[in-house]
Design a protein around this ligand. Structure first.
Ligand code: UD1
Length: 418
């Protein structure tokens, strides 16, 4: 059944929102847990649909998985290699991590092309080239990937682009290989550090995660693992943006401010009233917001996953802002819907000129992808009247308990089945 979000806009938000574990970390940590034959514990797991799908995939591969009170336990003693059916792999992008994991563990992985948000062509050529460099043979047949290796041997890999997915997948493939692998121009996102420390807790030897050069000394066996998922910096950023527009002492709890450096800097440049106390952010709406230029970049630059949500904030700034997306080709599909609600945005391929402030009016809109959905959510929260967002399955993939979290602080939002 299709679900919709119905939002009555313009309600002030006060109280506390607690940030959950990072989606982009946990979707890699779960497949990574299968690298060992032992047991793993993962703390602070967010309750999002991607997590439930990944658990089902792991169970298909024979792992015993329990999920209670934000804690996942995994027992791999009965796990085995198998083909993961297409109906799973097309639903989420992160299913591609099983490529590296199964290749590493069984020297053989078979999987269909991963799905996820259609925000651009999203090739996985860098993953494949890296697997080949480590000694694997890759056969691609009608979107079906067969990746096999007699042995995997450590090597030097230079990534053309600092891809998050490729960095992690190659880390997985290299972790049990012979010898040492260097990944140059590696992605530096905090999620990479989180995954590397999980693997190191199992006995892996990964150095330099969080920098652009990662060294992996292969180890034959891995033991039990434990990790706590880092707070979701994108979820935190989204609620801080909402707070900048509607907050009356809105408290966002569980934020690692260093992970949001570029975002907090931009919000301050806009003139938002943001106070940081330890891992808590307190945000208040101010009368006038200044326009800015924002360009999405790899970490520590402005995250592409917050580009769409912040574009809604830019519609409320007094003057002309420039918003430029540099990572994906297709991350502007929400603009049409924002303009339908009353914004004044001119789109030029991957750039947009946003003139504000423009009052927004509630409309029926579509969440064309996960973060576009977040942009519409922000719009619905500040719009006059009622906004109905359909296709919200996208939003539920990445934002845990969104209705509950916003309702507790005074938002008028509900989830209905169509
Ligand atoms: C991950 C995140 C996503 C985030 C993105 C960038 C997950 C599950 N998703 O996506 O939320 O928006 O990082 O922060 O963690 N590219 C290639 N060839 C490749 C791999 C990537 O050309 O083999 C290109 C992509 O098309 C894209 C760019 O590199 O233009 C970024 O991709 P990447 O960092 O790999 O992002 P994802 O892992 O897809």
């Amino acid at each position: 059944m299709m679900k919709k979000l119905i939002i009555e806009g313009q309600h002030k938000l006060s109280g506390t929102i607690k940030i959950g574990g990072a989606k982009n970390s946990v979707v890699a940590l779960l497949p990574a847990a299968m690298l060992t034959d032992g047991k793993c514990i993962i703390y602070n797991v967010p309750d999002i649909s991607d997590v439930h799908l990944l658990i089902e995939m792991m169970q298909l591969l024979g792992s015993k998985v329990t999920y209670e009170n934000e804690i996942i336990t995994i027992d791999n003693s009965q796990s085995r290699n198998a083909l993961i059916p297409t109906e799973y792999t097309t639903k989420l992008r992160a299913s591609y991590y099983f490529m590296g994991v199964l290749l590493s563990k069984y020297r053989h992985s078979e999987i269909s092309y991963p799905g996820g948000c259609s925000i651009g062509s999203r090739p996985i050529d860098l993953h494949i080239a890296g697997f080949e460099k480590l000694g694997a043979k890759v056969k691609i047949d009608d979107n079906h990937y067969t990746i096999k290796a007699k042995e995997l041997v450590g090597t030097d890999i230079f990534l053309d682009f600092s891809s998050v997915g490729a960095t992690l997948n190659l880390m997985f493939a290299a972790v049990k290989s012979k010898g040492t692998t260097h990944i140059y121009n590696a992605a530096k996102e905090p999620e990479i550090v989180n995954v590397a420390s999980f693997l190191n807790s199992m006995g892996a030897k990964i150095y330099g995660a969080g920098t652009s050069e990662i060294t992996i000394e292969g180890t034959e066996t891995l033991g039990d693992g434990v990790v706590e998922v880092i707070p979701d910096r994108i979820e935190a950023g989204t609620y801080i943006i909402i707070g900048a527009l509607l907050g009356k002492n809105l408290i966002i709890e569980g934020v690692i401010k260093e992970h949001l450096g570029s975002v907090l800097t931009k919000l301050k440049e806009i003139g938002c009233d943001i106070k940081i106390e330890g891992n808590t952010v307190i945000v208040n709406k101010v009368k006038k917001l200044k326009p800015v230029n924002i360009k999405t970049l790899v970490y520590p630059g402005f995250p592409t996953d917050l580009g769409q949500p912040i574009s809604t904030l830019l519609t409320q700034c007094d003057g002309e802002s420039l918003f430029e997306e540099t990572i994906y080709e297709n991350r502007m599909r929400h603009i049409k819907h924002l303009n339908a609600m009353g914004s004044d945005i001119k789109l030029f391929d991957r750039s947009a000129i946003i003139k504000g402030p423009t009052p927004l009016k509630g409309r029926n809109v579509i969440a064309t992808d996960l973060r576009a959905g977040a942009a519409m959510l922000v719009a619905g929260m500040i719009a006059e009247g009622t906004t109905v967002i359909s296709n919200i399955e996208h939003i539920l993939r990445g934002y845990e308990k969104i209705v509950e979290k916003l309702s507790t602080v005074g938002g008028k939002i509900k989830l209905v089945d169509e």
